[in-house]
Design a protein around this ligand. Structure first.
Ligand code: UD1
Ligand code: UDP
Length: 382
């Protein structure tokens, strides 16, 4: 029996690890699948756990309002030490690039437990963008023994860092597994969204939370959103505002109380996936949404100067627009007004996966532990 401990802490890690946890649970004869959450996020993580029916074996309940990187790093490291000592897993799985990711990989390394990194190999090459995620994923990658790269580009990034080729497998991104699973289940909007949003108008979906955008860049973004609504009153703006208090204050200061701009609480993933599908256009600095929106055929303007996800840009459905008010305004109005330009961007592509990534990850783990000797084709996405 192989004991696999999956560790995660934030909303996106929860969404992207849920398919892996569910897949491990399909094979109780091989795996003892345990889950530890740091709860670096609380409400935003809990809705994901509920949606996917995951009951963590351990919950460090770390989140504090206005927490610093030091708080999460030290709290998670000490909390995970005890869990690892108690469970002694054969393998720890971490996901992506949050502080939980890096710390969980470090905690496992300190006890010489093998680490598998899901969504490995994303890079911008800029230490401070995204901050602190670029270093989190590099450090997690250095500590990891096995690398589940979502795309070929991610694998090439790892090879350039001299990661051994036989420790890397291209699997597709598990976010597509989660998205297909969720968007495939019908959802009827109720409450505020059903009553207050004018669905006959085109929907501009906005999200924004990145640390390197805090302050002036975010101000520029929100001013651009306000100006878009002034210039194109026939658009309806929906902005589920991240729980971070800094983000909320600025969003409410600049965009609060404007008719047709709906500042709402973060949505559960099920309604959110359906909202993405109903949107005309997405403005975001989110990583995950750059992966999801293309497969729904929605153009994405990325509110950042760099991206570790070049594949959708190359496919033409995602464009980097940065944080400058005028640039965001210009690019958004162009997509609203120029239907040919819109059509060129709004085509469904799946550069990030086919919805079968979790199966490939688990198959690779089976092979590692000599559970399965199936042929290579079954667990590679290349
Ligand atoms: C974190 C990750 C970031 C990821 C993002 C996804 C780090 C350093 N950052 O950033 O990589 O893209 O999550 O959303 O790992 N809060 C709540 N309830 C919640 C969640 C957050 O109230 O459910 C508030 C708390 O006041 C908390 C603050 O948001 O202190 C910031 O949370 P934190 O996890 O530190 O940073 P994020 O900006 O969410
Ligand atoms: N998301 C959600 N509800 C929301 C906003 C986003 O469920 O109100 C989902 C979104 O579909 C994606 C993930 O949360 O899967 C992205 O999370 P976030 O933008 O917080 O983090 P990032 O992807 O930038 O790390």
């Amino acid at each position: 029996m192989i004991k696999v401990l999956s560790v995660f802490g934030t909303r996106p890690e929860g969404i992207k690890m849920a398919p892996v946890v569910r897949e491990l649970n399909k094979y109780p004869e091989f795996f003892q699948a345990k889950v530890a959450v740091t709860a670096q996020h609380r409400e935003m993580l809990d809705q994901v756990l509920d949606l996917f029916g995951i009951k963590p074996d351990y919950d460090l309940n770390l989140m504090r309002h206005g927490q610093t990187l030091y708080d999460i790093t030290s709290g998670a490291l000490l909390g995970l030490k005890e869990i690892l000592e108690q469970e002694k897993p054969d393998l720890v799985l971490v996901h992506g690039d949050t502080t939980t990711t890096f710390v969980a990989a470090l905690a496992a390394f300190y006890q010489q437990v093998k680490v598998g990194h899901v969504e490995a190999g994303l890079r911008t090459g800029n230490k401070y963008a995204p901050f602190p995620e670029e270093m989190n994923r590099k450090m997690a990658g250095s500590l990891a023994d096995y690398h589940f790269a979502p795309t070929k580009t991610a694998k090439e990034n790892l090879l350039r860092e001299n990661v051994p080729a036989n420790s890397i497998v291209v699997t597709g991104n598990t976010v597509i597994d989660a998205l297909f699973h969720t968007v495939g289940k019908p959802y009827q909007f109720s409450g505020y969204l059903a009553d207050r949003v004018n669905w006959s108008k085109r929907i501009l979906l906005v999200t924004c939370h990145r640390r390197e955008n805090w302050g002036e860049p975010m101000k520029g973004i929100f001013q651009a959103v306000k100006e878009i609504k002034v210039r194109r009153p026939d658009m309806e703006v929906i902005f589920p505002v991240h729980k971070n208090p800094l983000v909320r204050k600025l969003a409410h200061d600049i965009l609060g109380e404007i008719p047709g701009i709906h500042l709402i609480e973060p949505l559960d993933y099920h309604p959110f996936a359906h909202l993405m599908a109903k949107s005309y256009l997405v403005l975001t600095d989110s990583g995950g949404m750059q992966e999801e929106a293309p497969s729904l055929g929605k153009p994405v303007l990325v509110l950042r100067d760099t991206t570790e996800r070049p594949e959708a840009m190359e496919a033409g459905t995602v464009k980097l627009v940065g944080t400058d008010r005028e640039k965001i305004l210009h690019e958004t109005l162009r997509l609203i007004d120029d239907s040919q330009y819109y059509r060129n961007m709004a085509h469904a592509v799946n550069p990030y996966g086919d919805g079968k990534a979790a199966g490939r990850i688990v198959r690779f783990i089976m092979r590692l532990f000599d559970i399965d000797h199936g042929n290579e084709e079954n667990y590679r996405y290349e």
